[in-house]
Design a binder for this molecule. Sequence first.
Ligand SMILES: Cc1cc2nc3c(=O)[nH]c(=O)nc-3n(C[C@H](O)[C@H](O)[C@H](O)COP(=O)(O)OP(=O)(O)OC[C@H]3O[C@@H](n4cnc5c(N)ncnc54)[C@H](O)[C@@H]3O)c2cc1C
Length: 327
Amino acid sequence: MESNFAQILNELETRQPGGLDYTLVSRNDIDPEEHWPRHFKQSGKPDSFLMFKPANAEEVSYILKLANELRFQVSVVGGRSNVVGSFDGGPTVYISTEKFNDIAPLERVTSQITVGSGVYGGDLLSTLEKWGFELGQYPQSLFISTVGGWINTRATGSVSTYYGGIEEAVVGIEAVLATGEIIKATPSARTPGGLDLIRMLIGSEGSIAVITSVTLKVHRKLSTSMTSMAFDSYRDAVDAQRQLVQGGFPVGLLRAYNVAETKHILHSLPNAPTGDFALLTFSMIAPGESLSAVTGEAAASSLVWEAGLSQMMPLMAGLSTVTSAKP
Ligand SMILES: Cc1cc2nc3c(=O)[nH]c(=O)nc-3n(C[C@H](O)[C@H](O)[C@H](O)COP(=O)(O)OP(=O)(O)OC[C@H]3O[C@@H](n4cnc5c(N)ncnc54)[C@H](O)[C@@H]3O)c2cc1C
C-alpha cells in the first residue's frame, strides 16, 4: 500500500473509527479498456489508488478537510465517461459519487425533482418516464454518465435545440467546497441578484466543489414527430435548418448531413432512395393535438422551400410523418 494512503487511512480510523467506505484499486484491477485512468496506467506508478465512497455531504466534507490538513490531492469521479482527459495527471485519491444515487419523488406542482449527483442518466430517464415526464437531456452517453458529471462538463444532448443543455435544467444544488464547507443553492425561479452559484459550478470539472445533490427542472413528456427532407446541397440543408429555428418552430433534434454522410446513412436502410443529396432530419416537440399541424407547417414553410428543398423523404418508415408534396 502506498505510504501516504496508509497515513490517510490511519488518520481516518483514529478520528472516525469504523469510518468511511473506501476501496484500494490496484493496477491489476483496472480493465485494460478503461481509458479514464490513462495517466495512471501510462506513468507506471503508483501501484494503486484510493477511492472513497462517501454516503452524504458530511462525509465528503470530512474527506476534504483531511485532504487540506494532510496536503493530499483529491478528485471526484462520476460515471468516468469523460473523453477530454480530465483525470489525466490527476491525484491518486478519488471521491466516487456512486452512493449519491437517490431519486426523490417528482414534485408535480413545481415540475422539479431532486436527485443524487451520482444518478445515471438512464435511471433518471426511466424513472421520469413512469410519471410521464422527462428531463430533455439526451447525451449519447446517457446510460454511462451521471447528473454530477453532466453539470461539471456542461453536457448537452440531441434535443438541446428545444431543451437547452444541462445548464438550463439545474435549479438547485448541494455541494461541498474544497475547504469542506457544505453549501446549498435552494431552488428559486431565478437568482435575484449577485453571483449565480449554480452557473459558477456548471462546467467546473470538479475544481470548485463536489456536487452531492441536484434539483432539476423537468418537463411533461410531449409528442414528437420526425421529418426528413432532401436538399440539393449541404448549404441548402443548413439554410433550411437555420430558418426552421429562426422561424420559431419547436425544433428538438436537428441534423444536417452532407452528401457523403447521407449516402453512408441511407446505405444501411432498406428501400432508401439513392442519389446525390444532403439530408435534413428534424424533430418537432408539441402537445399531441397540435403536433401534426406544427410539423406540417414547418415542413411546408416557404422558408424551408426557399432554402432549396428538392424532395420530401417519405422513406424512413416510422420516422417521417410529413408527406406533403412540393407546392
Ligand atoms: C460514448 C460517449 C458518448 C458521449 N456523448 C456525449 C454527448 O452526447 N454530450 C456530451 O455533452 N458529452 C458526451 N460524452 C462525454 C461525457 O459523457 C460527458 O462529459 C459526461 O457529462 C461525463 O459524466 P460522468 O458522470 O461520466 O463524469 P466523469 O467522467 O466521471 O467526470 C467528468 C468530470 O466531472 C467531474 N465530476 C463528476 N461528478 C462530479 C461531482 N458530483 N461533483 C464535482 N465534480 C464532478 C470529474 O471530476 C471530471 O472532471 C460522451 C462520452 C462517451 C464516452
